[in-house]
Design a binder for this molecule. Structure first.
Ligand code: NAP
Ligand code: GDP
Length: 361
């Protein structure tokens, strides 16, 4: 009988971790995940898998651990002996990284070191393949061109730096110890499972609340920032594919298209039947309803529903990110299935559904 593949996912409770776990279970893997102890439930995104009787404790296993606790990480790897390790755990919020730089480095940088050293310590160099969740934030911005595997790095946040450390570490361990270790340099990817403080989810949730009369106005930061946004479900497949290649290589994963925060808001508003007009400049800029399909008691033409608030600006912002995924397109047959419009539709429908569910509870 063919032996089942065993995957270990750090960050299993997050957006990508939950999608990747579902993807690998469908492929027949035994999936182990590391979750942190928290005072409230932090397993909402994997509850469906955990509760599924065809999966639960026969194919899916959770271990308590923290990326700052090397001993436990080593113990888990020793027990699980994973054939594939996906290091997705991170303090992943750029703005927060300016406030907690030491902790971010401990988790995002030394967490990676703890895993790679465990692989060596346990003699698993030829057994465990390693995927590192690298990020476009390592590039900083380059106003002129789209970014690929050869572009130079110029991180602009403690988060970007912490990830750059792990990027190099992954390369160094690959070249020095022959570990199958790769970096997926992923551009922003979102979904209905995206954390609520990231801008796309903040917008889809905030606008959904506004049309349902749960909120009057949404406050945001830099409207001019541009991102290359894809859907997480498309991106986790690439994480897996990178570990199935003959040789370990790093890849940029992106859609090759970008949109500003303001245009993301416009698209979301349009989907909800609202046409916004923008007025003012800089910190005084605001979005006002110019036309609305279904005027109701909560919302009418002339209402100001978006305002800029300086609290959401960063000390240093990456304003322009556009990926060039040619290498992945050619070598991994990369083609995202979910367009930006489909992403918005899924996110808003999910946020509207959540509001409806809460109303009925
Ligand atoms: P996410 O939703 O924020 O998930 C992060 C995960 O890491 C959560 O499961 C979180 O646990 C866990 N974690 C945080 N600190 C930890 C610690 N000290 N010990 C153990 N686990 C810890 O992030 P994501 O969007 O899924 O992204 C996955 C990875 O890809 C991250 O490394 C991120 O930096 C990277 N990345 C993301 C993007 C993107 O656009 N989404 C782009 C490029 C790279 P809790 O649930 O307990 O908080
Ligand atoms: P990031 O690309 O990983 O930093 O993902 P985010 O979703 O946090 O931010 C994307 C861009 O949106 C950044 O350039 C932010 O400065 C910008 N932005 C504008 N307003 C906000 C806001 O209210 N919250 C967040 N998180 N970002 C905002």
């Amino acid at each position: 009988m063919k032996k089942k593949k065993v995957a270990l996912i750090t960050g299993i409770t997050g957006q990508d971790g939950s999608y990747l776990a579902e993807f690998l279970l469908k492929k027949g893997y035994l999936v182990h995940g590391i979750k942190r102890k928290s005072s409230q439930f932090n397993t909402q995104l994997i509850e469906n898998i955990y509760e599924d009787p065809s999966i639960n404790n026969r194919k899916f296993f959770l271990h308590y651990g923290d990326m700052t606790d090397g001993l436990t990480i080593t113990k888990i790897i020793k027990k699980v002996r994973p054939s594939e390790i996906y290091n997705l755990a991170a303090q992943s919020h750029v703005a927060v990284s300016f406030q907690n730089p030491e902790y971010i480095s401990n988790v995002n940088s030394f967490g990676t070191l703890r895993i790679l050293e465990s692989i060596r310590l346990l003699g698993l160099e030829n057994h465990s393949k390693f995927y590192q969740a690298s990020t476009s934030e390592m590039f900083g911005d380059d106003k002129k061109k789209s970014l690929n595997e050869k572009s130079t790095f110029h991180p602009k946040s403690p988060y970007g730096i912490s990830k750059l450390y792990s990027y190099w570490l992954t390369k160094v361990y690959r070249e020095s110890y022959n570990i199958f270790a790769v970096n997926g340099i992923l551009f922003n990817h979102e979904s209905e499972r995206r954390g609520e403080t990231f801008i796309t989810r903040k917008i889809t949730k905030g606008l959904s609340e506004i049309v349902c009369g749960k909120r009057k106005c949404l406050y945001v930061g830099n409207l001019n920032s541009k991102r290359d946004w894809g859907h997480a479900e498309d991106y986790v497949k690439m994480q897996w594919l990178m570990l199935q290649q003959k040789n370990p290589k790093d890849y940029v994963i992106a859609t090759g298209k970008q949109l500003s925060v303001k245009n993301f808001i416009n698209k979301c508003s349009n989907y909800l039947g609202i046409k916004l007009n923008w007025h003012g400049k800089g910190l005084k800029e605001y979005g006002k309803i110019a036309k609305i399909k279904n005027e109701n008691s909560f919302l009418k033409k002339g209402d100001v529903i978006i305002k800029v608030d300086k609290r959401y600006f960063r000390p240093n912002d990456v304003e322009n990110l556009l990926g060039d995924p040619k290498k992945a397109v050619k070598e991994l047959n990369w083609k995202p299935k979910i367009s930006i419009d489909a992403l918005i539709k899924r996110m808003i429908n999910n946020d509207l559904k959540n509001i409806e569910i809460k109303k009925n509870v």
